[in-house]
Design a protein around this ligand. Structure first.
Ligand SMILES: [Zn+2]
Ligand SMILES: [Zn+2]
Length: 258
């Protein structure tokens, strides 16, 4: 259970990192490139210069990475991008004498545009993060209460169910002329006389315990003829209860199979 919870947490972290990557390296750069291209003629010289360096920086982050440097490095990248956006702040631009020289109304308009852009990106980012958080919570609840129980039901036999399988001594005379029953169809080895084997209920196919155990951890059907073992268990249970009249007096708990 703890291993499962850990795996879930790791998966959530991985998804969150993937989302951040898409946001940082696809959504924002594409939006940035689009806006810069559309408003290129309205940009001042120093904004064009910053746009150029920012593009190179994005390109480096996306393609110039050493192999998988880990989450701390990602965090560093995000902080760097935040720092760069702060560097593009209006106050900084207005203090830059070069920008003021090229300035006037066009300059004010472009700084206004820049401010609007940063505002827009921040709004979009926070909306995305909000939607993702709500999604994570909803999917987490669905995973825990709907999907996982349903999946578990389809999984193999429990140890309790496994112990209900019959262990029999293999005898050649019992199988008679049916020659394909003297072989374990998993390892394809012939059974030795008086060897202990696991017999499937209903179809009576025999297997070595070691061979079939691994299969039944993940499946609840006979590996040879695919008959459902749980169905066999329940159909075996019913006639036994009818045959046993003493069962009426004492309390007997009946396992309910789904
Ligand atoms: Zn075998
Ligand atoms: Zn079978």
């Amino acid at each position: 259970m703890e291993a499962e919870a850990l795996a879930d947490a790791q998966r959530s972290t991985r998804n969150f990192k993937r989302f951040l990557y898409i946001l940082m390296f696809f959504v924002i750069p594409i939006f940035y490139a689009f806006e810069t291209t559309v408003h290129w003629s309205e940009l001042t010289v120093c904004m064009k210069r910053e746009a150029f360096f920012l593009s190179i920086f994005f390109f480096y982050l996306r393609y110039g990475n050493p192999a998988n440097p880990g989450f701390l490095f990602d965090l560093l990248q995000i902080l760097l991008i935040v720092w760069i956006i702060q560097q593009m702040n209006i106050a900084n631009l207005q203090e830059d004498p070069k920008c003021l020289e090229t300035g006037d109304s066009l300059y004010l308009y472009s700084t206004e545009f820049l401010f609007q852009m940063i505002l827009w990106v921040c709004t979009v980012m926070s909306i995305c993060v909000l939607i993702m958080l709500v999604g994570l919570i909803i999917f987490g609840i669905m995973e825990a209460y709907i999907y996982r129980p349903r999946r578990r039901r389809r999984q193999g036999l429990s140890t309790q169910e496994f112990s209900r399988l019959k262990k029999v001594e293999f005898r050649k005379e019992d199988i008679g002329e049916n020659s394909n029953l003297d072989t374990c169809s998993i390892c394809l080895e012939e059974f030795v006389e008086k060897q202990t084997v696991i017999q499937m209920p209903g179809c009576r196919h025999n297997f070595h315990e070691g061979c079939v155990k691994g299969w039944l951890e993940y499946h609840s059907i006979c590996p040879n003829c695919r008959s459902d073992l749980r169905e066999q268990f329940t159909s075996q249970q019913r006639p036994q209860q009818h045959e046993n009249p003493e069962a009426n007096g004492s309390t007997i708990s009946v396992r309910v199979e789904d």
